[in-house]
Design a protein around this ligand. Structure first.
Ligand SMILES: C[S@@+](CC[C@H](N)C(=O)[O-])C[C@H]1O[C@@H](n2cnc3c(N)ncnc32)[C@H](O)[C@@H]1O
Length: 376
């Protein structure tokens, strides 16, 4: 077999051309990292063709687009976040390139694949779900190259991979990134490990691997749930950044005549929230995959429930939360209300006051504040 030309190439791709948009952009945030470069170089060195490669966790498309730039075609890519999917599409259009197919984390992503390139996810639960999918659907000779920044890696990741692959070898770190090479997948028996579910007082929460807080109720969420009796009964309600759907489900149960829209940018969150609504028999909740409710019209909501994110990837940053506050302002009709919970050290009250309208404190615990903002 002749080796394709790209097998000899080191990546010459200009990663600086990539953008994170529509995700938050800032001078200290870039659209790729040294792990992407390492994964691309190793993938090129294998000589495996693009249509036998799956890329998982490619934040803004850096891995996929560097490989298509090297001439590969037919790469399958899975990104959990719709912001990442949109960034990949925009970056591909800006570069005038194609050569990849977006897939969900299922058999269509992994059947017939010989090489999987993975940016290690933050949570072990998400890694568990991804490793199960690879071992379940990829062929027995498939190899996984899983990479991350050394400071974010843990032995727990090796343990998770060790449950699904007979061989897991850490490589030497390079430029503060490291690859784990996993071979000989062990085909899992029985059903996939996710969704998991737990019954809390009156509410069953379901979670796929990548969903915020898993099937637990996060402490901030709990504080906002405590305010439910004070939150008014309204016709159209949006749970913005719904995660597993705890807020939407609890509100919808209490107000069966309301129409609740639960929306999140994470596909794992959306699948989880749909499972949560089904588990609680709720038919008045619609769950959508979207970036900050961008597909909903301005003024669509009478009421918004908001527990905004406070981490941006691994960088603590208020910008992600502020982006959802700005979206809440756009989505609420004049006179409508936005109920928000956030860590008390964050400056969100000022931002809510500026973006949404008059904001008052409804509750304060040692760690969290709940505010009610009225749309001006
Ligand atoms: C702190 S969690 C809250 C989840 C859920 N509402 C709860 O209280 O358990 C924040 C959620 O916002 C989502 N999120 C972050 N940025 C978003 C965006 N631009 N558009 C939609 N959802 C977003 C995250 O995926 C995450 O599920």
């Amino acid at each position: 077999m002749t080796r394709p030309a790209y097998a000899e190439r080191v990546p010459e791709f200009d990663f600086t051309r990539l953008r994170r948009a529509p995700d938050v952009e800032a001078p200290n945030l870039q659209a790729w990292d040294a792990t992407d470069e390492l994964l691309v170089r190793e993938a090129l060195a294998t000589g495996i063709h693009g249509d036998e490669i799956a890329v998982i966790g490619d934040d803004y498309g850096a891995i996929t687009l560097a490989l298509t730039d090297a001439g590969m075609r037919g790469i399958r890519v899975h990104q959990d976040l719709v912001t990442g999917r949109r960034a990949l599409a925009r970056n591909a259009a800006a570069l005038g390139t194609g050569g990849f197919e977006s897939r969900e984390l299922d058999e269509s992503l992994l059947a017939g694949i010989r090489l999987v390139l993975l940016q290690l996810p933050k949570s072990l639960a998400e890694l568990d779900e991804v490793a199960d999918a690879i071992a379940r659907w990829a062929p027995p000779d498939a190899v996984l190259l899983a990479g991350g920044r050394v400071k974010h890696m843990s032995l727990g990741q090796n343990d998770v991979l060790g449950r699904y692959f007979a061989e897991v070898q850490p490589q030497r770190a390079e430029r503060k990134s490291r690859l784990l090479v996993a071979r000989a997948p062990r085909r899992p028996e029985g059903a996939p490990p996710f969704p998991v579910s737990t019954a809390h007082a009156g509410l069953t929460l379901c979670a796929f691997g990548g969903a915020f807080a898993g099937d637990r109720i996060d402490i901030g969420t709990r504080v906002l749930l405590g305010q439910l009796p004070a939150i008014p009964d309204r016709e159209v309600v949006i749970d913005l950044g719904c995660g597993t759907g705890a807020l939407a489900a609890a509100y919808a149960m209490r107000h069966p005549a309301s129409r609740v829209i639960a929306t999140d940018r994470s596909a794992a969150a959306v699948r989880s929230a749909r499972a949560t609504m089904a588990a609680n028999g709720l038919e008045n909740v619609t769950v959508t995959l979207d970036d900050a409710g961008s597909e909903l019209p301005a003024g669509a909501a009478d009421l918004i429930l908001l527990n905004p994110p406070f981490h941006l990837g691994n960088t603590v940053d208020e910008a992600a939360g502020q982006r959802l506050i700005a979206a809440a302002a756009r989505l609420t009709r004049p006179g409508g209300e936005v109920w928000t919970v956030f860590n008390s050290h964050l400056d969100h009250r000022r931002v809510l006051q500026r973006e949404v309208g008059p904001t008052e404190q409804a509750e304060r615990t040692p760690k969290f504040i709940v505010t009610k903002s009225t749309r001006r």
